[in-house]
Design a protein around this ligand. Sequence first.
Ligand SMILES: [Cu+2]
Length: 138
Amino acid sequence: MQTKYIIGIVVVLIILSVIPVYFGKKIPGMKTQDVYNNLVPGGPGSKTQDNSVSQSGTSINISNFAFSPINLSVKKGTSVTWVNDDSMPHTVTSKKGIFSSRSLSKGDTFSYTFNSVGSYDYICNFHPSMSANITVTE
Ligand SMILES: [Cu+2]
């Protein structure tokens, strides 16, 4: 009889110790900050939505230490938006000093409207081997 009581007590203790763990559990791989960012409009996580705002523009991705597309031709007056997809910070900096972004962290964007016809070479200030070109036509 005594062993049945002991087993019963052990089972109750196991159940009691499992309940708070179960209810306190978060969705795997999801941080509290991510939940906040996704729920709050205009929060840090909603920055990527800037892409869809510039419908008449074009976007360039920065990933794996490269601009993509590396060469882009746009019509005069086009707004180009760069999006940093790398976890490494980068900049978008005109070789002739015509435009330059601040240091872009992952998810940050930079936009520039090209109002003059010409060829615009640009690099990342931190990684000058990252070079690309925008050609602006009439
Ligand atoms: Cu860089």
